[in-house]
Design a protein around this ligand. Structure first.
Ligand code: CTP
Ligand code: CA
Length: 228
């Protein structure tokens, strides 16, 4: 009912969202992942759809229902996520990176289950850094010329404003969103800090869906402001 009355501020836009964790295999039965539930990203996909956008949601392993009218692509690893994003970024006008992408993957996943050998020795894992999906998309010509509006999220444990502003500049995105936790993982509520070239704006504690709707309005407003 509410969606019916939502102003269609993203009508005609094609929004690409990443959400959830990624899963990096160690062997066929084990891997490393993180605590992202995907709830914020799914709420943003839903809010963008309600606002009239065509939405593609690239989701890591999560147990959440696909928002109505949203095209979902399921992926496992960061490298799977990068491929799926690359396939859709060309036609997108907005990219919102909420995924908690694993920063590292085991350098070589074992093709077979690693067995205990009885000696008490533990496996020694080597890691390789995953490609930064957000920075890759933000480096595309469309993003550089403003035809593709990129939004990042920042997971910070301390000095949110300073760290997030530095991260925004490093990734070359117009808008970076910080979680004002604490302990937002898996929760239905959160508070956000929006950081752009002008400064910061706090969206006070609310449901993730309410925050997603506010964020969508903020994004639409910023796109209108920088439209040619
Ligand atoms: N991100 C991404 N691909 C990666 C790592 C991060 O797309 N390989 C995106 C996240 O989806 C998020 C933003 O980059 O939108 C910031 O992620 P974050 O983990 O906070 O930053 P990092 O650059 O990975 O730095 P660090 O974890 O060391 O703070
Ligand atoms: Ca990271």
């Amino acid at each position: 009912i509410i969606a019916f009355f939502m102003p269609k501020v993203l009508k005609g836009q094609r929004v690409l969202v990443t959400a959830g964790p990624t899963y990096e295999a160690i062997d066929p039965v084990r891997g490393i992942t993180n605590l992202s539930s995907g709830k914020m990203g799914f709420a943003i996909a839903r809010a963008a759809r309600e606002a009239g956008a065509e939405v593609t949601l690239v989701a890591g392993p999560v147990s959440l229902a696909t928002p109505r009218g949203v095209t979902r692509v399921d992926v496992k690893s960061a490298s799977n996520m990068l491929s799926a994003v690359a396939a859709h970024a060309q036609s997108a006008t907005v990219f919102i990176a909420t995924a908690a992408v694993a920063d590292w993957r085991p350098a070589a996943a074992s093709a077979q289950k690693i067995k205990k050998d009885g000696s008490g020795q533990t496996p020694q894992l080597q890691f390789t850094e995953n490609t930064d999906i957000l920075a890759t998309v933000a480096g595309l010509p469309a993003a550089q010329t403003g035809r593709l509006f990129c939004v990042g999220f920042a997971a910070e444990s301390h000095d949110l404003l300073e760290n997030a502003q530095a991260k925004r500049l490093r990734k070359k995105v117009p808008l970076l969103v910080g979680n004002i936790g604490p302990d937002t993982f898996g929760q239905d509520h959160n508070a956000l800090l929006l950081i752009d070239a002008q400064g910061s704006l706090e969206l006070p504690r609310a449901s993730k869906l309410s925050l997603a709707r506010q964020l969508v309005r903020e994004i639409a407003g910023r796109m209108a402001a920088c439209a040619p």
